[in-house]
Write a protein that binds this ligand. Structure first.
Ligand code: C5P
Length: 413
């Protein structure tokens, strides 16, 4: 039976030529057994009519906020509550802006503000509008709230321009909806991931940091979310967008990272992918250090807390599985084995960092990674793969270990 059978979908159709594709989306949803109720905004009604929408949903199409009969039959509060998922297709720049800032001046925006249901947006707009800083910052706000997104896609636009802004095809939107409803391997499990470098300030303008990009940690958070886990990502300063559907806590220093991790416990899974600075300056200088000042004092260092070891050795609230990383420039296996033991983690993913023969960095910032996976069952070499695929391989291991806890591969202590 389809995962959409008997599901209630509220489809909000806002203004844009892509509104015509939503008619096909309704047909596909109903074919899978979903019940579709539709709200058509004033903009949407410039492109398709309530009659064509109702002909396909088999239900009244809602258009007005201030309508006496709608409020007695089905007001915006009921509309917002009686669905399993709200799909906005097309999602215009205007509606995204209203959602981001909590405006409620028509039926669609008021329904969305009154809703506690999950929301999937399928944006569609001119490429300039999509790339505009305002739209991108609204998108970040919506993503932080856990709003799901499909598209837009690149291509030729109805307005004659080319770029990112085409609404995804109805079948792709349908697949995203189905993915949302599919039972997932890590549903009901919680995960905490650290990612990126830490920056330890020396003075207001300088810091001690490293070259970690956060790509691997972010990919792991994303893959855990896709597998159904509820994910918190504690990330250092990175140049990456927050992954969709993940609670993100942004930090700068190792001390802040530890605090954020401690307050996110208990969790089932802890993955320490961050490249945490082992040391920090004894004291951050209030003013920029002058060239003439004595360097030894300014650069005196103190050891940072080991976040991985702190979490892995907890008596109370120790996660069921603790995974560490090891970035090494030499003696990969020997150093990694020592770290697995010393940090008391269950698994360790080790990789070599530093320049290859051509002088290109092997791991930090790269799209790919080669991993030596260590557990009590011994080492496994994972072939060089996209960081996203490494993340999925790790999630598969987690899934099978959590399904049969005795297969965790951790030595009994
Ligand atoms: O000791 P090293 O930094 O090589 O260990 C790497 C592993 O330990 C990584 O998983 C990293 O996230 C974690 N770590 C940590 N806190 C530190 C140092 C490293 O969690 N202060």
């Amino acid at each position: 039976m389809s995962v959409l059978n008997d599901r209630n979908i509220l489809l909000i159709i806002s203004g844009g030529i892509a509104a015509y594709k939503s008619l096909e989306l309704i047909r596909l949803l109903r074919h899978e057994g979903a019940h579709v109720r539709a709200v058509l905004t004033a903009g949407g009604a410039q492109f398709i009519t309530p009659l064509s929408v109702s002909s396909l949903t088999g239900q009244k199409t809602y258009t007005e906020l201030w309508c006496l009969t709608d409020e007695t039959e089905m007001g915006h509060i009921r509309l917002s509550r009686e669905s399993d998922l709200i799909v906005i297709a097309p999602a215009s720049a205007d509606l995204m802006a209203k959602m981001a800032h909590g405006l409620a001046n028509d039926l669609a925006s008021t329904t969305l503000l009154a809703s506690d249901k999950p929301i999937l947006i399928a944006p569609a707009m001119n490429p300039q509008m999509w790339n505009h800083a305002a739209t991108q910052s609204n998108l970040q706000i919506l993503r932080k709230r856990g709003i799901l997104q499909v598209g837009p896609e690149p291509g030729d636009m109805a307005c004659g321009e080319t770029g990112w802004g085409r609404m995804s095809e109805p079948r792709q939107i349908l697949e995203s909806i189905e993915r949302y409803f599919k039972p997932k391997a890590l549903s009901g499990f919680s995960a905490l991931v650290t990612s990126g470098p830490t920056f330890e300030p020396l003075d207001p303008v300088r810091f001690l940091g490293n070259r970690s990009s956060g790509k691997q940690g972010h990919a792991i958070a994303e893959a855990l979310y896709e597998a159904g886990a509820s994910v918190t990502l504690v990330c250092g300063p990175v140049n990456l967008p927050d992954p969709q559907g993940v609670r993100c806590v942004h930090v700068q220093t190792a001390t802040e990272m530890l605090e954020a991790c401690e307050s996110s416990l208990p969790v089932d899974i802890f993955i320490a992918a961050a490249a945490v600075s082992d040391w920090r300056p004894v004291q951050e200088k209030a003013q920029k250090i002058k060239k003439s000042s004595s360097t030894p004092d300014a650069l005196r260092l103190v050891e940072n807390p080991d976040i991985l070891k702190t979490v892995a050795t907890k008596k109370k609230n120790r996660p069921k599985i603790v995974v560490g990383f090891a970035a090494e420039t030499e003696n990969l296996e020997k150093n990694a084995k020592a770290k697995l033991k010393n940090k008391r983690c269950d698994w360790l993913l080790a990789n070599t960092v530093g320049p290859d023969d051509q002088g290109t960095e092997k791991t930090f910032g790269s799209e790919t990674n080669q991993v030596l996976f260590l557990s009590a069952d011994g080492p496994e070499i994972w072939p060089r793969s996209e960081k996203k695929d490494i993340a999925r391989m790790l999630v598969q291991k987690l899934t099978s270990a959590l399904a049969s806890p005795n297969k965790k591969g951790r030595k009994k202590s």
